[in-house]
Every structure is written in structure tokens, then in C-alpha cells.
Write a protein that binds this ligand. Structure first.
Ligand code: F6R
Length: 613
């Protein structure tokens, strides 16, 4: 959600800023801009509405020459996407600022600053940061002190990069509520929202902590904590490789990431299972002791991660026999939930920086010290990982497509492992049951590879969506959660309105939606609810819809006119089935989006990591 990159080095910084912005574009892509401190020590800014390419085509990178610069790709919060609202924001040619987050008290600050004759040229909350630092500079020794003074007046969340001709050799970076990373280079130092933007120049990173502010020059980095005390922060070496962030031979990141799932799942299972057991230590050294005491589970997440949690509710109650509740983070954090002692509070997140999920965790810790927290996360250095007692990292690798795919299926793998280990700690899972589940999990990479072979057939089915504006997804049990994920994928990348319902609920209202123009997609695993689902399919069919049924070969759904039945695989277990049936739904959304001609990797209005409320 907004991408920041900045740097100070011994050569022209502009080409690096532009390349970094391209790599950060998944975080927001409605406008982009940069400002550099040119050789004559003036701030020179270029901004454009739209994608980073618009900016690139309007900049002569060789002639915009400066060794210090900051840049930004925006996901609009305050002020519509436009050039005037694009970052960086500048005050009196003296302070340039890029910002990720929201300054909640910006209206009060703006009115104060207007009284002091500051002139506003945008509708953003960010402009008060530039003016606030400019104001502080009048009474402070340098840019660091001025930024330290100004940020005391900001409420909300921010990560910022600041430059000024007053201190030409410095970038000031501050983090509170939104991620910011320092890249430590041989020939300069850098800031970024995500390591991927800097892999060409360094693999050495410092992850700023909450409340940190850093004064960065080409050959020094000084960091001060929230109390203003100078601190040392560890420099970590990134394991990411440049190749991991390219599209390879695929048309889109989303397609590549769908096809990476066999590998992502093997990587997530590696070192977490033995021949026929799940290793409890995979969840942390204290996991055994905590899981033995757990009496309730509360899962909190957003979007796709929430859908993974919905599947886990079935597994945790079925396998571990622990009462499990799940709620979207944005609701949970603002109500007064009853939090019982010995609750395990599980957050699920790809990014580990989703503001609502993070705040829900923080609020729970404040309300009841006797809860334990576990995060299932794909980002090792994220805030959720830092602030949770236990961590399980999904090893999905970098996910750049805005629509989550491989991170969803690896979250499911993590949650399956969790259900088994909690079940073991609670003495609910026998060795034989554990072995059956572990065997099923080990088969997953092969089963997914087989499900991916259905792509050709799914491409044909996707044509159904060409002139369609609505779709209905049906499933029963844990498959209802998978239907929800299928509907979310279709909505977000093809802009087709899609709803998911538990198939048994249809006759209580939603069946009124069904007509010839509303394709119905159903998931039919071979399980104890299959016969019920078959009856539901009859109810739909008699209303004239085109139906697409993804089935287990053993399900033997009876063919009917206007119904396409696609066998995905056969005899799946209760853990493997939701994971495998996700694959055709991902492929269907992807190909429907191609037919609709949307921007698959960067769908409108979305951004990958939602670090604001
Ligand atoms: C949908 C999608 C979003 C995210 C949600 C939570 O494809 O990616 O719904 O799942 O914004 O993000 P994380 O998992 O980073 O907390």
C-alpha cells in the first residue's frame, strides 16, 4: 500500500529510483513521482497520474541528475488519484516528503498550518508532513531534529522519507505503523518499503522498528528509537534472488504464482514434517506448552487470508476439537469481544503488515494478557511476526500478483499442520490419524501439478464469462470457504460480481438470483455432504443456469444439459480436498479476467499490502 524508495549514493540516483518504483508497483499504482536533489542543490520533482510507466516516459533519467532522491508509487487514501496528489510533496522548495500511511489528525494540522501561511496544493494528508517539517526546520539545527520534532505532532500511521537542500547529504527515514527498510549498500545507502526494490544494489537490510527514525548518508546510518535514544539495529542478509521477482516465461505474475504452488507447498512442508509426523517445534519453541493449555481459538485475518482461516475452523474443530471462532480483523478490532483465558489468538497474513490484523492483535494483547498469539505469515521480518509469541512462516516465496494465490494454499498447509499439532497436544489425534494426514500433505505437490493440467479445459470454460456480470459459487462444509475464495478471486481480477453460498442455503433466498445469465460454479468433493450437494445442483439446474462443476472423479455427478463437469482428481481426503479444489477456481478467475481484458496483476482500486485502515 504505497511504495517508497529512496537513496543517497555516489552516482545519479534517478535510474535506480525508477527501477525500484517498477518493482514496488504492486503496492499501489494510481500515480507515481520522484524528487531528486540536483547538483545545484535544488529539489527537482516529476509526478504523473497512472502507472509508473507514465512517469518513466516523462523523465529523462540521465538528465535528471542528483545523488540524493526519494520516490513513491501511490494507492490513494486522501485525495483522488491525480498528478497534484501524487507524492513527493514539497514545501517551499525546501522539504521533499514521500509517505505511506494515513495522518489521522491532518485536518487539525492543516488548519493550524494555514494560519501560519502555509499554502496547500493537494488534497492529501501527506502535505501536512512536508509543512510540519519545514516549520520545525526554522527552529531546529538540522533535518533530523526537525523531523523528530514534527513527527511528535502526527497521529496515525506513517513511514516517510524526507530530503532537503538544508542538509543535502542526508535522507531522514521514520517508521510508525507502516513498514520501512534501510538498504545498506557498498556505494550508498537506501530506503524502501520492500526489499525487492533494492535487490540490484544490495542484499543487506536493516528493518526499522516501530517508532524508529534514521539519519542516512552515503556512508553512515544513525538510528534513534521512539525515545530518541541512538540504537544499533541488526543488518540482515536477504535470501531473495532477483530471478524470484521476474515473470519468467509466464504472461502474468498471477499465472506464474498459480503454477509455483507445487514448489511453494513442498517448501512450506520442508523441515516441518518427518516420515509420518508433524513437528511441533515448527510453530516455535514454546508451542507444545501453549498448545497443551489452549481451550479456545480465535482467528483474525482479512480477505484471502480470512478465507484460509474459515477452512481452518472446520479442521481445528474436527481434528483438534477446540472451539474455534473466526472474524474479519476490521470488525474484531473495533468491538468489545469476550476474550477468554487460554485463548490462542491466530493471525493469518501474507504480508504481515495488514493494518487491521495488526491492530486487532495489539488490542487483544492489551485486553487480556493471558491470551497466546500465533501468526501464520509469509513475511519473515514483518510486524505481525515481530509482535506474535509464536510464528509459522509459509514459504511461498515472493508473491507479486495482487490477487493472492500461492500464499492462500500455503496458508492452508500451515493450518492443516497446526490442526494436527494442536490435536496431538490435546490428545485428540492418534498416530494413525496423523500419518494419514501427513501422507495426504506429502501428495499435495503432485496432486496440484495434476490439477494444473486442467488449464486447457478451464480456458474453454472461461469463455462463458465473456458477457457475464454475475456468478454464483457453491460449496458445502469447508468447500464453502473455498467457494468464497473462488468468488473473491473472480471479483477482484475480472470485476464480475460473484457471491459464494453454502449450497444448502440457496433455497433460503439466493436462488432468486439464478437465471440464464448467472453461471453457477460448484465444488463437488466426495464427502459425506455429496448427496445433499447433488440435490442442490438439481435445484439450480431446473432454473436454467449454466453450471460448472469441479468434482472428485469418485463423486460421479450425473451429467445434465448445460452442465460442464470437470474431474479434478480422485479420492481426496478432508485436508487435501480444499487445497486441490482451489486450483481450478484460481485458473478460472485468471482466464475469465484475460477474456474480460482486465489488468490481471494490478486490478483497479487494489493494492497488495493494506497497511492503512
Ligand atoms: C485477495 C488478497 C487480499 C488479502 C488481504 C489480506 O487476493 O490478496 O484479500 O488477502 O488484503 O492481506 P494479508 O494476507 O497480507 O494480511
Amino acid at each position: 500500500m504505497c511504495g517508497i524508495i529512496g537513496g543517497i549514493c555516489k552516482k545519479n540516483i534517478t535510474p535506480l529510483l525508477l527501477k525500484g518504483l517498477k518493482r514496488l508497483e504492486y503496492r499501489g499504482y494510481d500515480s507515481a513521482g520522484l524528487v531528486v536533489l540536483t547538483t545545484d542543490n535544488t529539489l527537482q520533482r516529476v509526478r504523473e497520474a497512472g502507472k509508473v510507466d507514465n512517469l518513466v516516459s516523462n523523465i529523462d533519467a540521465q538528465n535528471l541528475d542528483g545523488k540524493v532522491g526519494i520516490a513513491h508509487t501511490r494507492w490513494a487514501t486522501h485525495g483522488k488519484p491525480s498528478t497534484k496528489n501524487a507524492h513527493p510533496h514539497i514545501c517551499n522548495n525546501s522539504v521533499g516528503v514521500v509517505h505511506n500511511g494515513i495522518i489521522e489528525n491532518f485536518l487539525a494540522l492543516k488548519s493550524e498550518q494555514q494560519k501560519q501561511n502555509y499554502h496547500f496544493t493537494s488534497d492529501t494528508d501527506t502535505e501536512v508532513i512536508a509543512h510540519g517539517i519545514h516549520l520545525a526546520l526554522q527552529t531546529c539545527e538540522n533535518l533530523l531534529e526537525a523531523t523528530q520534532k514534527a513527527i511528535k505532532t502526527f497521529a496515525g500511521a506513517y513511514s516517510i522519507g524526507v530530503i532537503s537542500p538544508t542538509n543535502p547529504g542526508h535522507i531522514i527515514a521514520a517508521r510508525s505503523g507502516s513498514p520501512l527498510i534501510i538498504g545498506v549498500g557498498k556505494y550508498g545507502n537506501f530506503i524502501t518499503s520492500d526489499q525487492v526494490a533494492l535487490l540490484d544494489v544490495t542484499k543487506q537490510f536493516i528493518f526499522l522498528e516501530e517508532g524508529d527514525i534514521a539519519d542516512i548518508s552515503a556512508n553512515s546510518i544513525s538510528i534513534f528509537d521512539k525515545n530518541g535514544l541512538q540504537v544499533e539495529r541488526e543488518i540482515k542478509t536477504s535470501k531473495l534472488k532477483n530471478g524470484q521477482i521476474s515473470k519468467g516465461n509466464y504472461a502474468h505474475y498471477m499465472q506464474k504464482e498459480i503454477f509455483e504452488q507445487p514448489q511453494a507447498i513442498s517448501d512450506t512442508l520442508e523441515s516441518r514434517i518427518t516420515k509420518d509426523k508433524v513437528m511441533i517445534e515448527a510453530f516455535g519453541n514454546d508451542a507444545q506448552q501453549i498448545f497443551q493449555q489452549v481451550e479456545h481459538i480465535q482467528i483474525i485475518a482479512c480477505g484471502t487470508s480470512y478465507n484460509a482461516g474459515l477452512v481452518a475452523k472446520y479442521w481445528l474443530e474436527d481434528i483438534a476439537k477446540i472451539p474455534t471462532h473466526i472474524e474479519v480483523a476490521s470488525e474484531y478490532r473495533y468491538r468489545n469481544p469476550v476474550i477468554l483465558d487460554n485463548t490462542l489468538f491466530i493471525t493469518i497474513s501474507q504480508s504481515g503488515e495488514t493494518a487491521d490484523t495488526l491492530e486487532a492483535l495489539r488490542s487483544v494483547k492489551k485486553r487480556n494478557a493471558a491470551v497466546h498469539s500465533l501468526t501464520i505469515c509469509n513475511s519473515a521480518e514483518s510486524s505481525l511476526v515481530c509482535e506474535s509469541e509464536l510464528t509459522f512462516l509459509t514459504h511461498a516465496g515472493v508473491e507479486i500478483g495482487v490477487a493472492s494465490t500461492k500464499t492462500f494454499t500455503t496458508q492452508l498447509v500451515a493450518l492443516a499442520l497446526l490442526s494436527v499439532v494442536i490435536g496431538k497436544c490435546q490428545k485428540q489425534v492418534s498416530e494413525q490419524q496423523e500419518k494419514v494426514i501427513v501422507d495426504g500433505l506429502k501428495r499435495l505437490p503432485g496432486l496440484i501439478a495434476k490439477a494444473l493440467e486442467q488449464e486447457g479445459q478451464i480456458i474453454k470454460l472461461a469463455k462463458t464469462f465473456k458477457n457475464k456480470f454475475n456468478a454464483l459459487f457453491l460449496g458445502r462444509g469447508a468447500m464453502h470457504a473455498i467457494a468464497m475464495e473462488g468468488a473473491l478471486k473472480l471479483k477482484e481480477i475480472s470485476y464480475i460480481h460473484a457471491e459464494a453460498y453454502p449450497a444448502g442455503e440457496l433455497k433460503h433466498g439466493p436462488i432468486a438470483l439464478i437465471d440464464r445469465d448467472t453461471p453457477v460454479i460448484a465444488i463437488a468433493p466426495k464427502d459425506e455432504l455429496l448427496d445433499k450437494l447433488k440435490s442442490n445442483l438439481q435445484e439450480v439446474k431446473s432454473r436454467g443456469s449454466h453450471m460448472i462443476v469441479f468434482e472428485d472423479e469418485a463423486s460421479n455427478v450425473a451429467p445434465m444439459e448445460g452442465m460442464d463437469i470437470i474431474p479434478i482428481t480422485h479420492n481426496l481426503g478432508r485436508i487435501t480436498a480444499p487445497i486441490i479444489f482451489t486450483i481450478p477456481l484460481q485458473l478460472l478467475s485468471y482466464h475469465a479476467a484475460l477474456i474480460k481484458g482486465t489488468d490481471v496483476d494490478q486490478p483497479r482500486n487494489l493494492a497488495k499490502s493494506v497497511t492503512v485502515e
